[in-house]
Ligand binder design. Structure first.
Ligand SMILES: C[S@@+](CC[C@H](N)C(=O)[O-])C[C@H]1O[C@@H](n2cnc3c(N)ncnc32)[C@H](O)[C@@H]1O
Length: 218
């Protein structure tokens, strides 16, 4: 999506994707990320996800990247955290202890900026992007991670004819196309979650499959 789309979504409070609970797949599969105390986890397109607080509570250092300054500021305010602000071109960095959000564009990031993280947590990030951008996103993750680096990827699949994204449907075939050259892939879990996503049912969905994959950088 264009940057303007996300800026307007945050300005207008159209953030139905934001969850008030920690994602069950993150709790279930966190250990599969192989994070040791103090290791960094990178959270692309992080919004103001509470999952980042939970990750920090597990002992991980967290680096998120998010386009919207409103989202970044809301994250710190709503979690009663004082943010130390620092200009790190082309990003504005907001940090509190070992939790840092970089306000700017994912596609401008380098390995240094994400503290050479060896783990990535993606919930609703790949699926936030239209098809032509998803290829760039997969290539970006591959470029950021060293060999052995791990990704917990939480994505959606549904009949794209029933609703326009975002979130977009990403089929099993497309996941293979996007990631198989650079990652090994393991399907960890899959379930129909339409019941807990009533807004998407109101937009026309009759089925919403949510999947968790573990990707390991070759
Ligand atoms: C669907 S939301 C998901 C947020 C978060 N992962 C969560 O689970 O709540 C996608 C987020 O990505 C941000 N975003 C979109 N394109 C981006 C980009 N190129 N770089 C950084 N953030 C981006 C949007 O502002 C939005 O907050």
């Amino acid at each position: 999506m264009e940057k303007k789309f996300w800026a307007e979504a945050w300005e207008q409070g159209n953030i139905g994707f934001h969850q008030k609970i920690i994602h069950s797949y993150l709790r279930r599969f966190y250990r599969r990320l192989g994070i040791a105390e103090g290791d960094s986890v990178f959270v692309p397109l992080c919004g103001k996800s509470l999952d980042m607080v939970w990750l920090q509570q597990q002992g991980a250092a967290v680096v998120g990247v998010e386009l919207s300054p409103l989202a970044v500021q809301a994250f710190f305010e709503e979690n009663d955290l004082n943010a130390f602000r620092d200009q790190q071109e082309p990003f504005e960095s907001y940090s509190s202890g070992n939790l840092q959000l970089l306000c700017g564009d994912l596609f401008d990031l380098s390995q240094e900026e994400i503290c050479h993280a060896r783990a990535v947590y993606d919930r609703a990030s790949l699926v936030a992007l239209p098809k032509e951008m998803r290829r760039c996103y997969a290539a970006k993750l591959a470029s950021l991670l060293p060999s052995g680096g791990r990704v917990l990827l939480v994505s959606y699949d549904y009949d794209q004819a029933e609703m326009a994204g975002p979130p977009f449907a990403v089929s099993a075939e497309e996941l293979v196309e996007l990631f198989e050259a650079d990652f090994t892939m393991e399907l960890l879990a899959e379930g129909d979650v339409l019941e807990s996503h009533r807004v998407l049912a109101e937009r026309g969905l009759t089925r919403l499959s949510e999947k968790a994959h573990l990707l390991i950088r070759k």
